[in-house]
Ligand binder design. Structure first.
Ligand SMILES: [Zn+2]
Length: 155
């Protein structure tokens, strides 16, 4: 029996419970050499099972989270671009519509004192600035809320 040892394939199949051969079990109980081989395989498989899930889960989580974060950042940048694009178009349209009345507007400003004119322009600019800042902060708050809701299910 000792010169007819079990092959590596037979030992692996027995270990992974692919085969439940009585002859293999009988040989293992009689032969210390094959038993040692089987124990070595057992240790190897146990080590692999211990290591594989941990490294796999870690890598997948990192990769997925990295991709999600990059995607959200790209989306945010795109939405910001759209927001500023629309705002510029709006300003251009307003300017374009006010061009035919430019002479009338100038007539109004030349008719009034310089100090009053500066006051009017200054007030207009401040109001415009506040509107833009308010619009921007509101937009950012909304965008943050949307992104938070979207990111929540991913754990
Ligand atoms: Zn043997």
């Amino acid at each position: 029996m000792t010169n007819n040892h079990l092959t590596d394939e037979t030992l692996q199949a027995f270990l992974l419970k692919e085969s439940q051969d009585d002859a293999v079990a009988a040989h293992l109980s009689a032969c210390a050499e094959c038993r040692e081989k089987l124990e070595n395989y057992q240790r190897l498989v146990a080590g692999m099972q211990k290591m594989a899930p941990e490294s796999f889960a870690f890598d997948v989580t990192t990769v997925v989270m990295d991709k999600v974060v990059r995607y959200e950042r790209q989306k945010k940048r795109m939405q910001e671009l759209v927001f500023w694009g629309l705002l510029s178009i709006l300003i251009i349209v307003i300017i374009a519509f006010s061009i035919p009345f430019l002479s009338q507007i100038r007539a109004v400003f030349t008719a009034i004192p310089v100090f009053t004119m500066l006051l009017i322009i200054g007030t207009g600019l401040v109001v415009l600035l506040f509107l833009i800042v308010d619009l921007n902060t509101q937009y950012k708050r909304k965008a943050e809320k949307i992104f938070q809701n979207k990111l929540q299910p991913i754990r």
